[in-house]
Ligand binder design. Structure first.
Ligand SMILES: [Zn+2]
Ligand SMILES: [Zn+2]
Length: 242
């Protein structure tokens, strides 16, 4: 008695290329498979993302449709191939596997994207642990291209590698139902980059939101300020001042 009924179980591999890393694609695939009761795996590869799903033929069919139809906001599929596989006996769950390294050229890394409405709401909420934290981001927004050192896109290959996640951020990062599940630049005031203000001689004048307030005051007074961003320095001044 085989433990997989061949007629009622299908297994299919999807190989996806395009803008599919660093855009919440693996969590999206995980949730999709989970909701449809499918087992299998997803992982980043140098070429893009490789997905295998197993379940009823109907569920596999729906998965294939939703994979293209319900994409996360920053994801873009350029190429998609499908291959029917022999079902695997005894598979119990759907898993996100470690990325495979290599030297691919097919992955498009998303551009850096402005803070999304959900993250802005976090920053404006005085009871939120990211209240006024300027580096707030999630899988739908935040830095991507500028922090990427190599692909596959994982935290270890970004400039965020030197900021180990605190317990609270790690819990978000590991929770498939969280908006920050596998968000590589995930950060908070505890564990992430900090903002500070220096004078022209490099002496620290203020930190955190006090630094932002002092910067705003300096600009209002007509000073020229250099703001260090993700990809370089941004020169700022009052454009209405001759
Ligand atoms: Zn966001
Ligand atoms: Zn944190």
């Amino acid at each position: 008695m085989p433990d997989i009924a061949t007629k009622n179980t299908a297994r299919r591999r999807f190989t996806v290329t395009g803008q599919v890393q660093g855009v919440g694609f693996r969590p999206f695939v995980f949730r999709l498979a989970h909701d449809l009761g499918l087992t299998g795996s997803v992982r980043n590869t140098p070429e893009g993302v490789a997905v295998e799903v197993q379940g009823t033929p109907e569920a596999v069919e729906v998965f294939g449709r939703d994979l293209q139809g319900k994409l996360p906001p920053l994801a873009r599929i350029v190429g998609l191939t499908q291959q029917e596989l022999e079902p695997e006996a005894g598979e119990q769950e759907f898993r996100i596997l470690a990325s495979t390294a290599g030297h691919g050229h097919q992955v498009l890394i998303s551009s850096d994207t402005a803070t999304c409405a959900d993250c802005l709401a976090d920053m404006r909420d005085p009871s939120n642990r990211r209240h006024l934290y300027p580096f707030t981001n999630c899988t739908n927004c935040g830095p991507r291209y500028t922090i990427t050192r190599s692909i596959p896109y994982d935290r270890a290959t970004t400039s965020m590698a030197c900021f180990p996640l605190c317990d609270a951020c790690r819990a978000e990062y590991e929770n498939p139902l969280d908006r920050r599940f596998h968000a590589q630049p995930n950060a908070c005031p505890e564990c992430g980059p900090k903002v500070w203000l220096t004078d022209k001689d490099g002496r620290t004048m203020a930190e955190r939101d006090e630094a932002m307030r002092r910067l705003a005051e300096a600009l209002a007074e007509g000073l020229v300020c250099a703001i260090k961003g993700l990809g370089g320095f941004h020169l700022a001044c009052d454009a209405t001042s001759a």
